[in-house]
Design a protein around this ligand. Structure first.
Ligand SMILES: N[C@H](CCC[C@H](N)C(=O)O)C(=O)O
Length: 257
């Protein structure tokens, strides 16, 4: 049976989007998800996202990594899903939707989608890295040679190594460019490679940089392989609240397979 899909990208993090409001997609078919995300044999994407009905809110988000397994929150995917919902006429320029990590508010301004992320209260500082969860788990560490280092090897070693092991984490490498600007490259769990951008990842970097005193700003610019993202937040009693991830989210093409 032919399946209609829409291909979106948010700063180069790309997704197969499916309108599953009629519950026609077989959510247990891991092989089909992996096939659709395969860059040679399928459509090709970092992940696959289902838009589903929700009894109280605008819609529900279900996220799968390219390996075919359902995973935790995807910030760029959430932003693309809001753009997709607008394309389908499900929303106008505001949305409230449920994802695996809870409720998200979002607004659309042209190509830019602003997505409210989880509050963050638990931040672990270690000798050479910071670990926090912004809807997905993120390891954050500095990398002075950020333009030219073996990200796939180093990323995989951290992702599969102690204490993360098989469950893993996403790995973000950072270089400070100014008080308001950081360069970020991310090795993503479940893609098992560098992605051109990671929304929960840059959110983790912005919060981590503020937490360890690398910036005092509460609006941070993140320069990723696929473009530019902004993260803003307030800090109340050590809790990062009102966290917003902003950046472009674009429809590339619609197809069927
Ligand atoms: N690969 C991540 C989920 C997608 C995160 C990323 N695409 C984003 O934009 O947040 C994980 O399994 O934790």
């Amino acid at each position: 049976m032919q399946q209609t899909f829409y291909k979106y990208q948010g700063t180069g993090n790309d997704f197969v989007m499916i309108d599953n409001r009629q519950q026609t997609f077989n959510k247990n078919d891991t092989k089909r998800v992996a096939f659709l995300c395969d860059r040679r044999f399928g459509v090709g994407a970092d992940g696959l996202i289902l838009l589903e009905n929700h009894p109280e809110h605008d819609f529900k988000m279900v996220y799968y990594n390219a390996d075919g397994n359902e995973s935790t929150m995807c910030g760029n995917g959430g932003r693309c899903l809001v753009a997709f919902a607008k394309e389908l006429g499900v929303i106008k320029d505001k949305a409230v939707f449920e994802a695996i990590d809870g409720l998200h508010h979002a607004t659309v301004e042209g190509d830019i989608v602003n997505l409210q992320m989880l509050d963050v209260s638990k931040i672990e500082t270690h000798k050479n890295h910071v670990f926090l969860n912004t809807g997905s788990p993120h390891h954050v560490q500095f990398e002075p040679n950020i333009e030219d280092f073996s990200i796939k090897t180093q990323g995989a070693n951290i992702r599969y190594g102690e204490p993360y092991n098989e469950a893993g984490t996403n790995v973000n490498f950072v270089k400070k460019q100014s008080d308001t600007e950081f360069r970020v490259r991310t090795y993503e769990r479940g893609v098992e490679d560098e992605t051109l951008s990671c929304g929960t990842g840059v959110t983790a970097v912005a919060i981590a940089m503020h937490y360890i005193g690398e910036t005092e700003k509460n609006l941070v610019n993140l320069n990723v392989q696929g473009g530019k993202l902004k993260v803003s937040f307030n800090v109340e009693d050590g809790i990062y609240k009102n966290v917003w991830l902003s950046g472009p989210a674009k429809l590339i093409f619609k197809g069927s397979i």
